[in-house]
Design a protein around this ligand. Structure first.
Ligand SMILES: *Cc1c(COP(=O)(O)O)cnc(C)c1O
Length: 490
């Protein structure tokens, strides 16, 4: 026998030691999640942690236990905070305990879900099929799990763009393509249009009504004006739950306009689309079943661990025609591992992809869509409660109607004559102090040019009592900043 050189592998030198450490890490993680409510929502990253994470590339090995100690000291204490019941910023999901198991198991398989014929691909197809059912999409509709709604919007609008003849081969030659979305649309839609070569100015921002939902008369007017000017309207993006206020565009009316005008109808339902899982809320999304494409996130209201979203396209053949490319090294064979058609890599720009579907499959099976729908309803109820309490406090002002789960309000003592700019500054400071003191983590936005403390609730751990704690914090900080005192109640 030939003399083989010494070969190394990266497997543990001692599997028993590895097993003990892995069990300890899992135990610590379970303690960490189950005790989250007793900790501050957020802690700033201190200098020693920043230093520890600005080191040169490691050349020599380090025992896994030591790597884990660094994680414990420098990383896990300084998490975003979104698993905490009083994380209210932006639109963050909380994940759930079962997701830890699913993620770990997916890591053990380390499946590449770009394609080929293996179990993970069937799990993804299963999840897509469930989604199809929720939105009443036909069986020929296609879907893909992606990193999130930003990517889902991009993929869907890419399909819309490729409905134009020859664009896939020759690129965009037609100038003057236009898209329509409300002034409240998420920035990822504009970004998608930029990436697709259509330019941000091609997105017409249609005004909204007092519910912050798209004004469809203005939409029709904008389409007519563009046609009259010789431009070529391509698609309308309806929002099912806007990021600022949670408003829902009139999807059914938009669907009819798109049908009459022969335009692609895309729905950005990042979080709001999941309201279909609540029998109470589902009617609010009427018209979503008529969309040509839908983008949604599992990592927000479905409480699946980051990151995973989904794009659905009604006419699967258009979806495939946009992204499918089969060079020789990706040829399908009749049998074996390279069998099966419609590989996920044919429905988006990524080839190698992880096993995102497993954590979705786990979460939906463990909790069932009924419970996910209940969480959605529960969060909306908490938002209504918060809005009612804001309305009762003379020092607080509601800045937008509450459609779903987002409340925009501000601290504004009426006894003080203050400039708008100063009121903005106080509310910004209140938000920062709530975060820095670890009380709660709302974010800010601007509503009709006033700075709002924005509370988004997409968290299964949040309780009504968390609204009370938040409000007490806002009032106390607001009073201390303005030298105010609590009003005397009759
Ligand atoms: C969060 C969000 C997005 C972007 O989704 P990601 O998952 O962060 O990429 C798009 N639209 C709306 C309405 C959102 O809330």
């Amino acid at each position: 026998m030939a003399d083989h050189p010494i070969e190394i592998s990266l497997d543990p030198k001692n599997w028993d030691e590895f097993r003990a450490l892995a069990h300890r890490a899992l135990d610590d993680a379970i303690t960490y999640v189950s005790s989250v409510s007793s900790r501050p929502v957020w802690l700033p990253v201190p200098p020693d942690a920043r230093d520890a994470l600005a080191q040169p590339s490691p050349i020599e090995e380090m025992p896994l236990g030591e790597v884990y100690e660094e994680f414990k000291h420098y990383i896990v204490p300084y998490a975003t905070g979104n698993i905490h019941p009083r994380f209210f910023g932006w639109v963050h999901g909380a994940g759930q305990a079962g997701g830890m198991v699913a993620e770990m198991l997916a890591a053990s398989m380390n499946a590449n879900c770009g394609g080929r014929d293996h179990g993970a691909i069937y799990v993804e197809r299963q999840v897509i099929d469930w989604c199809r059912g929720w939105f009443g999409f036909p069986s020929e509709a296609s879907g893909l799990l992606v990193s999130g709604t930003s990517m889902a919007n991009l993929i869907a609008l890419g399909v819309a763009r490729n409905t134009l003849p020859e664009v896939r081969r020759k690129g965009i030659e037609t100038a003057g393509l236009t898209a329509y979305a409300s002034t409240e649309v998420h920035e990822s839609v504009t970004r998608a249009m930029e990436i697709l070569g259509l330019g941000s100015e091609s997105v017409r921002k249609v005004p909204v009504d007092r519910w912050f939902a798209m004004d469809t008369a203005a939409l029709s007017g904008a389409i007519a004006a563009d046609r009259a000017a010789g431009r070529q309207p391509l698609c309308v993006v309806g929002s099912a739950g806007t990021v600022n206020t949670g408003a829902i565009d009139p999807l059914d009316e938009i669907a009819s306009i798109c049908q009459d005008e022969n335009l692609w109808f895309h729905v950005d339902g990042a979080f709001g689309a999941l309201a279909v899982l609540s029998p109470l809320l589902k009617p609010r999304l009427r018209g979503i079943e008529r969309a040509d494409s839908i983008a949604l996130d599992f990592h927000k209201w479905a409480q699946v661990q980051y990151d995973v979203g989904c794009v659905l396209v009604r006419r699967g053949e258009l979806h495939r025609a946009t992204y499918s490319q089969r060079p020789a090294y990706l040829t399908h064979l009749q049998r074996g591992l390279a069998a099966g058609s419609d590989w996920p890599c044919e429905f988006g720009p990524e080839l190698s992809r992880g096993f995102r579907a497993l954590k979705v499959w786990f979460a939906l099976k463990e909790h069932g869509t009924r419970n996910i729908g209940r969480i959605v309803e529960q969060n909306c109820g908490q938002a209504r409660y918060l809005a009612e309490r804001v309305a009762l406090e003379v020092e607080l002002e509601l800045l937008a109607p509450v459609t779903l789960n987002i409340v925009c309000f501000r601290y504004r003592p009426s006894r003080l004559a203050m400039k708008e700019r100063d009121i903005d500054g106080i509310n910004e400071e209140i938000t920062i102090l709530l975060q820095e003191r670890g009380i709660a983590a709302p974010s800010t936005t601007r509503v009709e040019n006033r700075l709002a403390i924005r509370v988004n609730i997409t968290n299964h751990r949040t309780k009504l009592s968390d609204m009370d704690i938040l409000l007490a914090g806002v009032l106390e900080i607001g009073r201390s900043l303005t030298g105010g005192v609590a009003p005397v109640r009759a």
